[in-house]
Ligand binder design. Structure first.
Ligand code: NAD
Length: 495
């Protein structure tokens, strides 16, 4: 490291309120029982703000406001073009506040500032994209001349419950909010309790853009039984739930939504393989797989956290990869040179560190392996690389969700496929080869919702997003989001 004295804390964003409140029916409100919880700054782990702690009664109030706005408000009946105008204004405002928003996100989550800026841009783009999509929306119509005509009525469903994780909070909220309201629904958002700060910007953005009161409602708080998340899932006036988070939480939500047969969309965990064949462009593959697991602090659902490398290039790959991982700059999230910031929360930090310890028993540590010297406090972890990881190892099988990667050798394409598919997850896969046939055949056979061939994580918003196996249920993205947030009623008439 550099010989300068490192700064070890950050300035909080200016003008923070004392408490992050709920926002219900167009008003900021406290929890009905007055309770709040502490929010920590991941660089010092000191509480820097409190947030209202939502309970079932607060969810009742938010759902009632959303239901009223759905049944009596103008929003669901507005022309798509009129709703799209509001969504474009939202995108404009998000874009114009990108810098402030990224500062907040960076302070609250510990994500590097340059990456938080990218997430703010994506959030604006999500609104723009769904604004355009609903205006261009068309539905099937089929005619049997002289016999029958068939067409589709597409209808918003009602109050959508949106439950989001802490890894890229604002962007993931936008990914659900934009299509949910674009299609004429009203919503109750329950953001992640570790990172409620950026969600507190939505009310101001929506008001300024002219979204009618009650269309968007926000309840902060915990997820488990007796708290906001659980009661949103169980609420009888919330017919659909879009959830992003851990697979085990998804299982609980699935069960809790079952008695009312709710519509569910689940974006869950991953342990995605990056497969490097001997004919790959090694330099590019190394750069991309470094980015693939260490960007966003490794707290990325589609992280390429298992790297499978063909034996003939294995030793060279491992030594070059480890050297490059050592050069990834860990630093304060607000520093523009930082590539890995602070993990979101001390609980998550402990989880990641426990995997680092486990890895040193299960495999061979070739880079990183603990806390960087210059940060005796806070949730900092050095980019950590394990080699010779066996497929039975827990660090091969379990999602770590931090800057930790497992490298495993393979001999044949068949073995690579078997290793790639050998986990409960199936979110993404990354394949590096210059053999065209192999690239397409391997993609077809790998158990993953999304495959990147000789490329890295850049998506087209029109494509499906979602995982298979324990990584998810259903797909969002493009018209699939429109399908999830609307009922499609077929109408048949004899001619
Ligand atoms: P988490 O499951 O712990 O929490 C997610 C949200 O669910 C939080 O808002 C939480 O309060 C709420 N929650 C918890 N228990 C609940 C319950 N019983 N009922 C209702 N709500 C409940 O996940 P996390 O730790 O915040 O996020 C990390 C996880 O999210 C990782 O597994 C990651 O892979 C996954 N993720 C997936 C995607 C994707 O698109 N597939 C994207 C980002 C993150």
């Amino acid at each position: 490291g550099e010989q300068t004295t490192e700064q070890t804390s950050q300035t909080p964003p200016a003008d923070l309120p004392e408490v992050l409140r709920h926002y219900i029916g167009g008003q900021f409100v406290d929890s009905l029982d007055g309770e709040t919880f502490e929010v920590l700054d991941p660089v010092t782990n000191r509480p820097y703000i409190r947030a209202a702690s939502g309970k079932p009664a607060d969810i009742d109030a938010a759902v009632a406001a959303a239901k009223d706005a759905f049944e009596n408000g103008p929003w669901p009946l507005m022309l798509p073009r009129e709703r799209a105008k509001v969504l474009h204004r939202i995108a404009d405002i998000v874009e114009s506040r990108g810098q402030d928003l990224a500062q907040m996100e960076c302070f609250d989550t510990g994500l590097p500032i340059t990456q938080a800026l990218g997430q703010a841009k994506r959030a604006a783009e999500n609104f723009r994209f769904f604004a355009d999509l609903i205006v261009a929306q068309h539905d099937d119509a089929f005619k049997v001349p002289g016999r029958q005509a068939n067409y589709v009525n597409r209808k918003p469903i009602g109050v959508a419950g949106l439950i989001t994780p802490w890894n890229t909070p604002f962007m993931l909220e936008s990914w659900k909010l934009a299509p949910a309201i674009a299609t004429g629904n009203t919503v109750v958002l329950k953001p992640a309790e570790f990172t409620p700060l950026s969600a507190s910007l939505w009310p101001g953005i929506f008001e300024e853009a002219g979204l009618p009161a009650g269309v968007f409602n926000l309840v902060n708080g915990y997820g488990e039984e007796g708290y906001a998340g659980d009661s949103l899932v169980k609420h009888p006036d919330v017919p659909l739930i879009s959830f992003t988070g851990e697979s085990t939480t998804g299982q609980i939500i699935f069960a809790n939504a079952a008695p009312q047969l709710k519509g569910l969309s689940m974006e869950l965990g991953g342990k995605s393989p990056a497969v490097i064949f001997e004919d790959a462009d090694l330099e590019t593959a190394i750069d991309a797989t470094i980015f693939g697991v260490f960007s966003l602090n490794g707290e990325r659902c589609t992280a390429g956290s298992r790297i499978l490398v063909q034996r003939s290039i294995y030793d060279e790959f491992v030594s070059r990869y480890a050297a490059q991982a050592d050069r990834v700059k860990v630093g304060l999230p607000q520093d523009e040179k930082t590539e890995v910031g602070a993990l979101v929360h001390p609980e998550h930090f402990e989880k990641v560190m426990s995997y680092v310890e486990l890895g040193t028993q299960e495999a061979k540590l070739v880079a990183g392996g603990g806390r960087p010297e210059q940060f005796p406090e806070g949730n900092f972890v050095r980019p950590t690389v394990f080699a010779d990881v066996s497929p039975e190892a827990r660090i091969f099988q379990e999602e770590i969700f931090g800057p930790v990667v497992a490298i495993t050798p393979f001999d044949t394409e068949e073995e690579a496929l078997e290793l790639a598919n050998n986990t409960r997850y199936g979110l993404a896969a990354y394949i590096w080869t210059n053999d065209l046939k192999r690239a397409h055949n391997f993609s077809q056979n790998v158990e993953a919702g999304m495959v990147w061939l000789n490329s890295n994580n850049v998506r087209d918003l029109r494509t499906p997003f979602g995982g298979v196996k324990a990584s998810g249920l259903g797909h969002e993205g493009g018209y699939r989001s429109i399908d999830f947030y609307t009922d499609q009623q077929a109408v048949h008439i004899n001619l």
